[in-house]
Design a protein. Structure first.
Length: 420
């Protein structure tokens, strides 16, 4: 059940997660609360959660803790934690990352802290500049994209595989609405990008359920059916996580039935307007009182920057954008919560972090964990199977949850329309 989807990245606003059941590390609940706070740049709150988890031996939490102190410009404390990781957790990805930050410690006192902060800033800037350049479409570039495309897909192990041409080579990879950007596994496709290309791209630490990984960003030409464009890829050594993400198809409305993804180009939105809308939504969410995640707020955020949506239409489900991912409201045992609408999520049911069990009243029997009732728009599932994945901060819902019902994703009005 490997795939890429939603998780806070340590340095830049990217999203990744592994949808397989995983072992829960020591202090898992506090760690997951910490990653949620970190993703919102609420470093002070995240420190409280990561401290408890780190004290129980979670090295990834210790690394996050150091990054939080960097975010708060408490560089001396961050350096102390990096040294602790380097000394006590050798031969781990976290130690490799810590050593990168500590590379300047042999210089004169007082210089190291400044340079450590500068390394973080430099990595963020390089990654953000690379992503923005690849995703920023001029009106002329938008006009050059085809108006429609019909993409056949095959279901395999719960994933939607589409034929994709990357740098002139055809490969079958996952169509994944839960991935903010495209991703390539070097294990699965070792020759798509050369070692020189990969090493040249910005290197970022990415939190995974099994720990932190260093990943490079690379750009490459991608074609699916009639659509060809330049996209940024995350490159990993982890097998089974090669995907076509939202940065490839977010300008399209797409309808998914049992055989095809039928795409239609949405109206052009200039990068300046898109950025202003994204900032307005972010400010609105930040201004909301803590814990205010009910349906009224979700709908206002979802539709504030788009055309009016008929909220009484039970076949229409509004969504909001978070780092390119589509966030919808789902009712679990009568309790509203957020979920990522994720075609790359293979399990039949709900995927969630372990600490949601008590929050959502998840039941347990001899067959495992389940939600007595789960509903999204017109879809109601009773006794929905619950699967667990570490590191999430919201639920994932994949195509199996919807059965064979066709649906259309409309990025202009920020809605998903189910057909009956």
């Amino acid at each position: 059940m490997s795939k890429l989807c939603r998780l806070a990245v340590l340095m830049v606003a990217l999203v990744l997660v592994h949808c397989a059941p995983s072992c829960f590390a020591q202090g898992a609940e506090e760690f997951q609360r910490g990653t949620a706070a970190y993703g919102q740049k609420n470093y002070a709150a995240a420190i409280g959660h990561f401290t408890q988890s780190a004290q129980k031996g979670n090295v990834t939490a210790t690394y996050y803790l150091a990054m939080c102190h960097l975010g708060l410009k408490q560089n001396a404390k961050a350096i102390e934690l990096f040294q602790h990781i380097s000394k006590n957790f050798p031969n781990t990805q976290e130690a490799d990352l810590a050593n990168k930050y500590l590379g300047s410690l042999g210089q004169a006192p007082g210089v190291a802290a400044t340079q450590v902060s500068a390394m973080k800033s430099s990595a963020e800037s390089a990654a953000e500049a690379m992503i923005e350049k690849a995703e920023k479409l001029s009106e002329a570039q938008w006009k050059a994209l085809p108006q429609t495309a019909r993409i056949p897909f095959q279901m395999k192990n719960g994933h939607m595989y589409v034929q994709t041409k990357i740098k002139g080579r055809y490969v079958n990879i996952i169509f994944d609405t839960g991935a903010s950007m495209c991703g390539i596994s070097r294990t699965d496709f070792p020759d798509l990008f050369s070692a020189a290309e990969i090493e040249k791209g910005p290197e970022i630490p990415v939190s995974r359920p099994h720990g932190v990984q260093l990943m490079h960003l690379v750009n490459g030409e991608v074609s699916v059916d009639r659509i060809t464009r330049n996209c940024t890829f995350m490159v990993t050594n982890e097998p089974g996580v090669s995907v076509i993400g939202q940065n490839f198809f977010k300008e399209y409305t797409y309808e998914i039935d049992g055989f095809y993804i039928r795409m239609t180009k949405a109206p052009y939105v200039s990068p300046l307007i898109a950025k202003a809308k994204a900032e307005a939504k972010l400010n609105e969410v930040k201004a909301a009182p803590p814990g205010k995640t009910g349906s009224a707020q979700t709908r206002s955020v979802s539709t504030s920057a788009s055309s009016p949506v008929n909220s009484s239409d039970k076949y229409t489900v509004p969504f909001e954008r978070e780092k390119n991912c589509m966030i919808v409201e789902v009712m679990v045992n009568g309790k509203p919560t957020k979920a990522t609408f994720d075609t790359g999520c293979a399990p039949d049911g709900l995927v969630m972090p372990m600490w949601f069990v008590k929050k959502l009243g998840i039941e347990h029997n001899s067959d495992g964990y389940y939600a007595e009732r789960a509903e999204i728009g017109p879809i109601i599932r009773k006794y929905a199977k619950v699967h667990f994945a570490n590191g999430l901060d919201c639920i994932l819902i994949g195509p199996r949850f919807f059965g064979d019902r066709p649906y259309t994703v409309d990025p202009t009005n920020n809605v998903i329309k189910f057909q009956y």
